[in-house]
Design a protein around this ligand. Structure first.
Ligand SMILES: Nc1ncnc2c1ncn2[C@@H]1O[C@H](COP(=O)(O)OP(=O)(O)OP(=O)(O)O)[C@@H](O)[C@H]1O
Length: 232
């Protein structure tokens, strides 16, 4: 049960530094924000401004040097590494630029990875696989391998894999960067139609201004800080 849909993800005073000898490099500088459910939030800004670092901190993959991240009221710093992995497995779904499908597994097997990781029964997994492949309109590709699919089709499968365990936080790093305009629009339409729900947060790191119209909120970063937040 989520008590506050308006503030599903909260982060306060997030800083990340890297020490090299005497020199301290500031990657993130005292960042604050709240991500609301039912929205697609785009995180934009020039290369090297800290977008992927922030995404990694919000997912608990990377720890901040200072500051607090709460995901659905859970303070990530209070979890051990093992508990964070289990938390991610249940509550988060990831979509990457290069799809990150396992080449030796079929489409159906790739899609079910998060359910296998949760230890779900074979019958239930099969039911969910069928449902998601139908939603993706990819039923006929169930037994194909990733290399037999176009980039757009591979990204559709990656979306299926990110959603099959019904996570409430979807994190995407440049999901359309490797796709042409048409395939990129298809992927965003699919993401919007399948993933949007009031209790779910979708955070997308992107340089791709062709998809800006899909965002409900655009956070702009520069040199380790969030410099603007626009609702649209
Ligand atoms: N492990 C690390 N060691 C040293 N520097 C790092 C490390 N990780 C990130 N950085 C530096 O931190 C800064 C932010 O990197 P980050 O990948 O978060 O930027 P970004 O905005 O996502 O960039 P891009 O859009 O090019 O992917 C960069 O200057 C990068 O070189």
């Amino acid at each position: 049960m989520i008590s506050d849909l308006k503030n599903c993800i909260e982060f306060s005073n997030i800083s990340k530094t890297i020490q090299s000898g005497e020199h301290t490099q500031w990657i993130l500088k005292n960042i604050n924000g709240r991500l609301q459910g039912g929205k697609i939030i785009l995180l934009t800004g020039p290369s090297g401004c800290g977008k992927t670092t922030l995404l990694s901190i919000l997912s608990g993959i990377l720890s901040p040097t200072s500051g607090t991240v709460k995901v659905f009221s859970q303070d990530l710093a209070k979890l051990s590494e093992k508990e964070k992995t289990i938390f991610r497995r249940h509550h988060m779904g990831f979509i990457f630029q290069n799809y990150n499908l396992v080449p030796s597994l079929t489409v159906q097997q790739n899609i079910s990875i998060p359910l296998l990781a949760q230890g779900m029964s074979r019958d239930l997994i099969f039911e969910r696989e069928e449902k998601i492949l139908t939603l993706l309109n990819m039923e006929t590709f169930a037994h194909c391998y990733p290399e037999q699919l176009s980039g757009g089709q591979q990204q559709r499968i990656a979306i299926g894999r990110a959603l099959i365990h019904e996570p409430r936080f979807i994190l995407c790093d440049e999901p359309t960067a490797a796709l042409d305009e048409g395939a990129g629009q298809n992927v965003m339409t699919l993401l919007k139609n399948l993933a949007m729900s009031p209790e779910r947060v979708i955070l997308i790191v992107t340089h791709d201004n062709r998809i800006y119209s899909y965002g409900n909120c655009i956070l702009e970063m520069k040199e380790g800080s969030i410099i603007s937040s626009k609702e649209q």
